[in-house]
Design a protein around this ligand. Structure first.
Ligand code: SAH
Length: 215
């Protein structure tokens, strides 16, 4: 779908709303103002694209709420050319925000349909990223270590194979908790075996599940 003045106007209002809610990283706000979120959803739901809410995509999954994407991205402190691993490609929207900010993104999805569709969406918008169909619990050690890792699904515990794939000084953002509510957790790798943890509010994500989906 093409971008329109209407969509651009709605995005500007969304960015204002995110600022009011406390998002201050200018690059994050610029990326949200630039990436057409409606292209990551069914065209029938254009009116929902710039409301600050999560929305169903296919395979029973959701495109994250813009505020949630903004909080996660802000916590990552993205710099141009950062190497970032995303667990849970979903619609590809978070991936596009990171690509718009100049990051080199490696993204993993366990539903083949979503994995394929997100690739088409990003290509149609001119963004490049490396897409993998697989289980995010494994990470992508052969492409690491990463400047940042973002998990966009809820997990009770930090997947043990992921922190070792961070560079020293690298940052990982993960929603930790049971299915009712998760605490946005920032993990900073301070040294080889030294990790610092901090909490950044409550959120609700679809669950992170083991293995690839059969459909
Ligand atoms: N970042 C996405 C959010 C999608 S919702 C967006 O911007 O739209 C979370 C996604 O994580 C879902 O698509 C779900 O299928 C995926 N997921 C859950 N467990 C996973 C795992 N173990 N490996 C890879 N992806 C996973």
């Amino acid at each position: 779908m093409t971008d329109t003045f209407l969509a651009k106007g709605k995005r500007k209002l969304l960015v204002e709303e995110l600022k009011r809610k406390g998002i201050s990283d200018e690059e994050v706000l610029r990326a949200i103002n630039t990436v057409p979120r409606h292209d990551f959803m069914d065209p029938a739901f254009l009116n929902h694209a710039y409301i600050d809410k999560a929305f169903p995509i296919s395979s029973g999954q959701t495109i994250s709420q813009p505020y949630t994407v903004a909080v996660q991205t802000e916590l990552l402190r993205v710099k141009r050319r950062d190497k970032i691993l995303e667990i849970g490609t979903g619609s590809g929207y978070q991936c596009a925000i990171l690509a718009e900010m100049g990051a080199k993104v490696y993204t993993i999805e366990r539903y083949r349909e979503l994995h394929l569709r997100a690739q088409r969406t990003l290509a149609s918008l001119g963004y490049t990223a490396d897409f993998f169909f697989g289980d995010g619990y494994e990470g992508k050690p052969q492409y690491g270590p990463f400047d940042a890792i973002v998990i966009t699904a809820a997990t009770k515990e930090i997947p043990e194979k992921l922190p070792p794939q961070l560079k020293i000084g690298g940052r990982m953002v993960v929603p930790l908790g049971d299915s009712n509510s998760q605490v946005m957790t920032l993990v900073i790798r301070k040294g080889e075996n030294d990790f610092e943890y901090s909490s950044h509010g409550s959120f609700i994500f679809v669950p992170m599940l083991k293995g690839t989906a059969s459909e």
